[in-house]
Design a protein around this ligand. Sequence first.
Ligand code: 13P
Ligand code: SF4
Length: 303
Amino acid sequence: MDEKQAQILRLKEEKNAVIMAHYYVDDNIQEIADYVGDSYYLSEMATRVKEKTIVLCGVSFMGESAKLLNPEKRVLLPDLEADCPMAHMASVEKIEEVRATYKEDVAVVCYVNSTAELKAHSDVCVTSSNALKVVKALPNPVIYFIPDRQLGTYISRRIPEKKFIFNDGGCPIHTVITREDVQSALACHPGAKILVHPECREEVIEMADYIGSTSGIIDHATASSAREFIVVTELGVMYELKKRNPEKSFYSTAAGQICEDMKKITLDKIISVLEQDGAGLEMAADLMDKANAPLKRMLELSR
Ligand code: 13P
Ligand code: SF4
C-alpha cells in the first residue's frame, strides 16, 4: 500500500466514510475500496452501508443513484466532471411524445446510465445485470428503452412478445468495438472465450460466449473451466479478473476499451474530497422524489 492509499484509509475512518468503486476505475482505487462492483451492486450496496458518508468512485450517475436511494447520506464524488456521455443521450420531450402515443400501454425503461432528470420521467430503471428480469416483470406490452439502443436491442431479442421503441444513444467506448476487432483478437488467441458487455454492438454480441454486466463477466470467467478469454468491455475489469484468476489469461481487442471519464477518478481527488469535507451531492427535493421512484422499483423487481 502506498502513502496516498494509506492516507485515504485514515481519512475515511476519521470522516466515517465508506469507499465504493466501479470496476472501471484505476487499480489503485479498486485495491483500497470497501466495495467494488457493477452498477447494480453499487446502488444496492449503497442502501445497506452504515457509514454516514459514501465516497462514490465512478461517474456521476453512480453517485446520483447512491444519493437518490439514500437522501439522508452524504455522497461525495471525487471528480464532478467524471460523467457518462450516454447519460445525456435521451430527451424528456421524446419520452412525453411516446407516452402521448402509447398511453398506459408503454413503460419507459431507463438504463441507470442516465441523468436524474431522465430517471424522473421514467417508470423503472434497469442495469445491465437485471434489465432482462425487470423488463419481463413489467405488465406493459410496449417498452420505450432509453438511452442505450444496444442494451435495449439485446433485451428486445430475448423478449419478443413485447414491442420495443429504441432511442439513439450508446456508449462511445463499447460501440466503437467492431466484429473485425474481436475477430483479430481471436485470430491471435484461437479458442479463447469471448466475454461481452451488452452495451456493445449487436454484431459483437452475436460472437459472444458470454454476455453480461461487469460483475457477470468476472463471475463467469472465474467459474469457467476455460483458460483464455477475450474481454470486450472497459479494461478496468482486468484488475479483478486477474486477481481472482491468476492462472488464466485475459486479452483485449485493439479498440481502446478505456473510459476516460472513469479514469478521471484518482487517489489525489479522493484525498481532496475527503479533506474538503463538503456537503456532497445535492439535488432539488422534487427531482429527488421523482427520480428515486424508478430506482426503488428496479430494486424491488430485481430482488
Ligand atoms: P455495469 O453495470 O455492467 O458495471 O456497467 C456500467 C457501465 O457503465 C458499462 O459501461
Ligand atoms: Fe458511460 Fe461507456 Fe464509460 Fe460506461 S464505459 S461509464 S457507458 S461512457
